[in-house]
Design a protein around this ligand. Structure first.
Ligand code: SF4
Length: 369
């Protein structure tokens, strides 16, 4: 595919903005569109897209940052496990700094706990191979995008007899969270910019119930012009009284998704209730390891208990994740909570709304550029 020139990108952006303005005028009311994915939040903030939109079109950020939505109880369980010395905890970098009730994994590591940062689940398996006899527990967080890789690793570990590799499962399914938000009181959402990465796996069909509930969904790519086109498509649907699922990201997302990846997922995980920060327990919003794979399940095999714990006092990530609060409306934002001293996961993660707002909105001081 030829790379578009800056001029043609500018022309595209101007065309989409024109469509956006026309539909916004027709709508003649305030419209709130939620971008579900943290990568979209980055693109929107980096591209200054909010500032380009008509005054009656709001973009609000949703629960699409995998680290941010991981429940406090899961973080606490991981910290306890690492501090116990009974297992080596392997996890992605963003997870290390999320504050738990009694400190973060990074702080536990500094105090001597066995915590290892990995870039992939395969690296966690390699860690287990290098330390036979020492349990290695991989913290399996993330949406349908990353869950297939965990599924492949679990099958490999089983087939290879890697008996010191375990998974603490907390993978999530995004659509039940969108449905929960659609029905929630106090959060007004007229349509969704649906996540491109997740949709590569799940395709378009799973969004149909959301559209049927009156919230159109457009799967979008991650360039600023992609987001602008998705906004134009959503506003046109709303102005015409339609609520459908559409695909702006056709160059990457096939409408049927990736059946092979879904088959891998289905062979290893079953759909289960998921525990979300800010949203609580949502039926069918998680993946749990199948019973026959309990040998690799840290909960079953090592007795790791994940129990709900209250979210940190003062931190309002739960409301930020629901789009009910802008990051800078949190009293701690930019003062007591910064990327250097985060008080909640939304400030820690690269895809967290608070961290993104701090870096790009001009409200966070001058730490990060
Ligand atoms: Fe939580 Fe910090 Fe965001 Fe406030 S600014 S909601 S404390 S992460």
């Amino acid at each position: 595919m030829p790379i578009p020139s800056q001029t043609s990108l500018r022309e595209q952006a101007a065309r989409y903005l024109d469509r956006i303005r026309k539909s916004a005028e027709q709508l003649d009311r305030t419209v709130s569109l939620m971008e579900v994915c943290g990568t979209h939040t980055v693109a929107i903030s980096r591209g200054g897209i909010r500032e380009l939109l008509p005054g009656n079109v709001r973009l609000i950020s949703g629960p699409g940052c995998p680290v941010c939505v991981t429940a406090q109880g899961f973080i606490d369980a991981a910290v306890r496990l690492a501090a116990s010395g009974e297992a080596f905890v392997a996890t992605y970098g963003d997870m290390l700094r999320v504050p738990g009730t009694s400190g973060s994994l990074e702080q536990a590591k500094a105090a001597g706990a066995s915590v290892h940062m990995v870039y992939s689940v395969l690296e966690a398996m390699e860690l287990a191979r290098r330390q036979p006899g020492r349990p290695v527990v991989f913290l399996a967080v993330g949406f349908e995008t990353t869950a297939p890789a965990t599924a492949v690793a679990v099958r490999e570990a089983r087939d290879q007899g890697l008996d010191n590799f375990f998974v603490l499962d907390a993978h999530k399914r995004i659509v039940p969270a969108m449905e929960t938000l659609t029905a929630a009181a106090g959060v007004s959402i007229d349509g969704f910019i649906a996540p491109g990465h997740v949709s590569v796996i799940i395709g378009l069909d799973p969004y149909e119930p959301v559209a049927a509930a009156g919230r159109p969904c457009v799967v979008a790519g991650f360039e600023p012009v992609d987001v602008l086109e998705a906004v134009a498509m959503l506003l046109e649907m709303l102005a015409e009284g339609r609520s459908e699922v559409a695909n702006q990201y056709r160059r990457t997302v096939p409408s049927e998704g990736n059946p092979t990846a879904r088959a891998q997922l289905g062979a290893v995980f079953e759909v289960a209730a998921g525990e979300w920060r800010g949203l609580g327990t949502i039926p069918e919003s998680g993946f749990a390891l199948r019973e026959e794979l309990s040998r690799l399940n840290a909960r079953a095999a090592l007795g790791v208990e994940v129990t709900p714990t209250p979210e940190l006092p003062g931190c309002r990530c739960g409301e930020v994740l629901q789009g009910a609060l802008e990051p800078w409306e949190c009293p701690l934002f930019g003062h007591d909570c910064t990327p250097v001293r985060p008080q909640g996961p939304c400030m820690v993660s690269r895809e967290g709304s608070c961290g993104i707002a701090y870096r790009f909105s001009g409200r966070g001081g001058d730490c990060c550029g």
